[in-house]
Design a protein around this ligand. Structure first.
Ligand SMILES: NC(=O)c1ccc[n+]([C@@H]2O[C@H](COP(=O)([O-])OP(=O)(O)OC[C@H]3O[C@@H](n4cnc5c(N)ncnc54)[C@H](OP(=O)(O)O)[C@@H]3O)[C@@H](O)[C@H]2O)c1
Length: 278
């Protein structure tokens, strides 16, 4: 079995890659060679004999996502896990908002290109976030970069906008499952997980919240459980287009399942990355 894991240099992605390395060749996707090497060494220590392939790609850049999709060998499992929480004003060298580009455009483009190129069944798993919390954070399809979002505490804006991108993950999962019946596509909330790098740029109240959670929440191995189960378990055979929490099929808000909204997000995202909206 060959598995691809994005964001495998830290946190939940590294834990997913470690678990998968016990039974598969694992392609670790990361944006920095030193961090990829360090993660590979940690994974080899935890899973002796691991067969790892390191792929450097900055997923915030559309041209690097395209190049990655072209050079990746056919995979049985693809886990889209990479994400960031960054300031809304951070932009990539390509001029796109870093938050939207990394958390939404990258999984959209990578999974779509891999699905279009697939010549045999595969499983795609998208690491999303808490559907209960995100029920109150509908994606504004007229404002994908969340410029109109307002909160009394501006330090919380990156987290609120991040939440919207995680709802986009669920919407893309549903749309991929509808469009590519040959691929098993599911998404998962990993749980509230400590010991990861997600809050590293947080300020003020958000930083305090992250630090408090980091002290009490379970670690990345727990967050890896449902994504790895979706990627490998025979219990998932024939189950596509679902969202799972603790291995349980869980409904997400209607604003994420609405077919017209998912189709519109698909089209608008295609335009943003310069491919066909069909
Ligand atoms: N932790 C939680 O409580 C929680 C809750 C709900 C959902 N999630 C989701 O779980 C997933 C993993 O998060 P985490 O908590 O494990 O955070 P993390 O430790 O920060 O892991 C994020 C990974 O994404 C990578 N990444 C970020 N930007 C990238 C880019 N431009 N190109 C390539 N790779 C990039 C990071 O690489 P670097 O090592 O180079 O930074 C890192 O490996 C995310 O999808 C997150 O939304 C987490």
């Amino acid at each position: 079995m060959r598995a691809v894991v994005t964001g495998a240099t830290s946190g939940i992605g590294e834990a997913i890659a470690t678990r998968l390395a016990e039974r598969a060749t694992v392609v670790l996707v990361g944006r920095d060679n030193a961090r990829l090497d360090a993660a590979a060494r940690r994974i080899e220590r935890a899973a002796p004999g691991a067969d790892l392939v390191l792929e450097k790609a900055d997923l915030a850049l559309v041209k690097e996502v395209r190049a990655l999709a072209e050079r990746l060998p056919r995979a049985d499992v693809v886990i889209s896990n990479a994400a960031v929480i960054t300031d809304l004003h951070d932009h990539t060298a390509e001029g796109r908002q870093t938050l939207l580009a990394t958390n939404h455009l990258a999984p959209y483009l990578l999974l779509r290109l891999l699905a279009e190129a697939a010549d045999r069944p595969a499983r795609f798993v998208i690491v999303g976030a808490d559907p209960v919390a995100l029920a109150g954070a509908p994606v504004d399809l007229d404002d994908l970069e969340a410029h109109n979002l307002w909160l009394p505490d501006p330090d919380l804006l990156p987290f609120a906008a991040y939440g919207r991108t995680k709802n986009m993950n669920a919407m893309v999962g549903y749309e991929l499952a509808r469009r590519f019946p040959g691929i098993t596509v599911n998404a998962a909330h990993p749980g509230i997980i400590g010991g990861t790098g997600l809050g590293r740029h947080a300020k003020g109240a958000l930083r305090e919240l992250g630090e408090r959670l980091g002290r009490t929440a379970p670690g990345p191995e727990v967050g890896a459980d449902t994504p790895v189960w979706l990627a490998t378990s025979s219990e998932v055979d024939g189950r596509t287009g679902g969202f799972y929490v603790d291995r349980v099929l869980t409904p997400t808000a209607e604003h994420t399942t609405d077919r017209a909204r998912c189709a519109r997000l698909w089209r608008e995202s295609a335009q943003l990355v310069g491919i066909s909206g069909e």
